[in-house]
Ligand binder design. Structure first.
Ligand code: ATP
Ligand code: MG
Length: 311
């Protein structure tokens, strides 16, 4: 059997598995899918592009699957999946380890090519490379930084394209450093910063290029609780101010509910999306007020149950 035939067989088998899972999950998700189907996208502040069609301005994933060839056989990382992210939406992806969260994110971002199907971001069909108007923040933030350049130069690198085309000056890097609270350490090198500060720098650098889409894979997981809460609030603030469309993978259900206006729960073993939940919590969200609200706890309970049930 050729590699392609192997992959097709794996995807087809996964389709049957996913169908079984969907049936099993249907009872549990019935109550919440009413929320999810009411709107395919969330509410303010990501609502400012409400008139733009997702196909033109958002992310459209159509019949996308991913199989990795392995020495001991093909690994189905993601069965055939369809999802549409509207412009301005903040989508969190959760699920047990190895279920395909990073795979889905990387496919959406154009960092990996699908084994089948098609992804469109901002109206551009992805053909093996990320769109120029998207940026990424990963768990290992040190990999996104130039260790041999100062904090200011790292952000200026993010700005370089705009410096050429829009009349911005290197001093505009200061704006982004101020936004992430790093203006006072502009002349230091990344290794002279704490982990939380380095992650803020990675975010500032990503945002300096004025992306329309931000893809983040467990961006705060290696950061202490207090810095993490601050970065969550900073992310919300920048999402709001810059009208970003954000897709973020996280293991932290509280974080997903707090930040996102939509949460996708992936089924195990690459079977795809098991639940699609709109988070209809009021804005602005605050660490104490939002997280202690009854609605927050309800969302958290449903999502925890779904993720745990997949263990
Ligand atoms: N480059 C690769 N080559 C082969 N298999 C891979 C590759 N990347 C991921 N996989 C496999 O694909 C499946 C999904 O991996 P993925 O990284 O998407 O999971 P995840 O949900 O992000 O997990 P985690 O929460 O642990 O980060 C796993 O079985 C993994 O072993
Ligand atoms: Mg992962």
């Amino acid at each position: 059997m050729s590699g392609t035939t192997h992959a097709s067989a794996a995807i087809a088998a996964a389709g049957r598995l996913a169908a079984g899972l969907s049936a099993a999950a249907a009872g549990a998700s019935a109550a919440v899918s009413r929320h999810a189907s009411r709107h395919d996208r969330g509410a303010a502040p990501g609502d400012r592009d409400a008139g733009a069609s997702p196909a033109r301005a958002g992310i459209v994933v159509r019949d996308v699957a991913k199989v990795y060839p392995g020495r001991h056989g093909d690994v189905l990382a993601l069965a055939s999946t369809d999802v549409t992210v509207a412009p301005g939406q903040f989508v969190a992806i959760v699920g047990r380890s190895g279920c395909g969260k990073s795979t889905l994110l990387r496919l959406m971002a154009g960092l990996n090519a699908p084994s089948q199907g098609c992804v469109t971001v901002g109206g551009e069909v992805l053909r093996g490379r990320p769109p120029t108007f998207a940026r990424f923040v990963f768990q290992d933030f040190s990999e996104s930084l130039f260790q041999w350049q100062t904090v200011a130069r790292n952000v200026a690198f993010g700005l370089r394209h705009r410096l050429r085309h829009s009349g911005l000056t290197p001093a505009d890097a200061d704006h982004y450093l101020s936004q992430v609270g790093l203006a006072s350490v502009a002349n230091r090198y990344p290794h002279e910063l704490s982990g939380g500060m380095q992650q803020r720098l990675a975010i500032a650098r990503a945002l300096a290029s004025a992306p329309r889409f931000l893809f983040m894979d467990e961006p705060f997981s290696a950061i202490d609780a207090l810095s993490r809460a601050r970065l969550q609030d900073l992310t919300l603030q920048l999402w709001h101010e810059l009208s970003l469309t954000v897709v973020m993978v996280t293991h932290d259900i509280d974080e997903a509910v707090y930040l996102a206006n939509r949460v996708l729960v992936l089924a195990p073993d690459g079977a795809g999306i098991a639940h699609d939940l709109e988070i209809d919590l009021p804005w602005p969200r605050t660490q104490l007020g939002t997280k202690e609200s009854a609605a927050f706890l309800d969302y958290r309970r449903s999502l925890t149950k779904w993720v745990v049930e997949t263990e």
